[in-house]
Design a protein around this ligand. Sequence first.
Ligand code: FE2
Length: 406
Amino acid sequence: MAHDMPGQSHWHEPSGNKRAGLGKFGRPMTPYDKFMESEGIPVFRDLGVKNVRNLPMTDWKRRGGKGSYIQLFGTEGKWGCYVVEVPGSGALNPEKHLYEEIYLVVEGRGSTEVWLEGDAKRHVFEWQPGSLFSIPVNAMHRIVNATSSPAILIGGTTAPNLMNLIDNVDAIFNCPYEFRDRFSGADDFYKPNDNIEPDPVRGLAMRRSNFMPDIVDCELPLDNRRSPGYRRIEPFMTGNTFYLWVGQHENGRYSKAHAHTSAAVLICVKGGGYTYTWPEKLGPTPWKDGHADQVRRLDYEPGGMVSAAPGGARWNHQHFSVTKEPFRLSAWFGPHSPGREPGPPGEQHTDYTAMEIPEGGSAIPYWMEDPHIRTEYEQTLKNNGVENRMHPDWYIPGAKVTNVAE
Ligand SMILES: [Fe+2]
């Protein structure tokens, strides 16, 4: 990419003790950045958005609907995202591609057809708001709107990962290889599976299901790692490396802050609230320490999303449920799962985002957090007429949080 630099046709050896190079540079466009621009739809870049329905969408010729790319801060190169509107009584163009793709239905009802080009059989399943499904790598698929009003879906992909390596759009959309390992063609391939098993890395609740009809109201098993009463499931879909989970904070409660590097985007599917995020290097009490200006906040509702670590490095982030309903989020990571932590295979890792700072983790216990957080939260719930279900004991120094108020 250095050969794209304007006005840099001759290289000069540095004189004296000067260092070679420009010293500073603008991040060049990646192949995926160029691909997004070539698609002729907006590319939304920010910390997050209150509701993707608010994003300007324009005609998306390749897909056959309207859309906007979404590349939240910190996720660049890590995974791809977009919102697409399927026209009323219409359908998106059939396509296949080497990257993984999952869809969350924000609005509308319809169906998806999935097939391999050589196969006569088309798999068809019907979706509604809150449905989550995955397209196997390189399988043909077509999204059909069953109603006369537009349908809105959020897509998550590993397109940047593939494009930035291969740098050839045609190879990604026109590869003949059939990934039978990702798409068995079994009759029940898109039959929802409610069985829960431990995920093979951290032993958290996992559901192998290529289609989840309703992640808004489905049962979620107890997890307790982020907040008392926190519930969570990890869908494992179509053999994907794309990592995601669905989690829920109780109404009247908020999560402990915890820190990690970028990739995660939280999409609200139920209730509403806000997220604070700030660089971990500012410490656990940024308001008290005069760094309030560096704390980022996003308020969002079902259909909204926020980047957990918008600065790339480790950022703390904390989620606040402010409605009478629980605050349900789906977090999408691209292929950045905890099983891909650096270090040789077999090296022991701790579930550090679930452990509190005094235990060697990155989670800030309620009693260590900035007092501003509690004060503001209590006031917000009061204004919203929502019962506060944070227990005062949780703020006593050294307190172990248990689900006492359940
Ligand atoms: Fe996180």
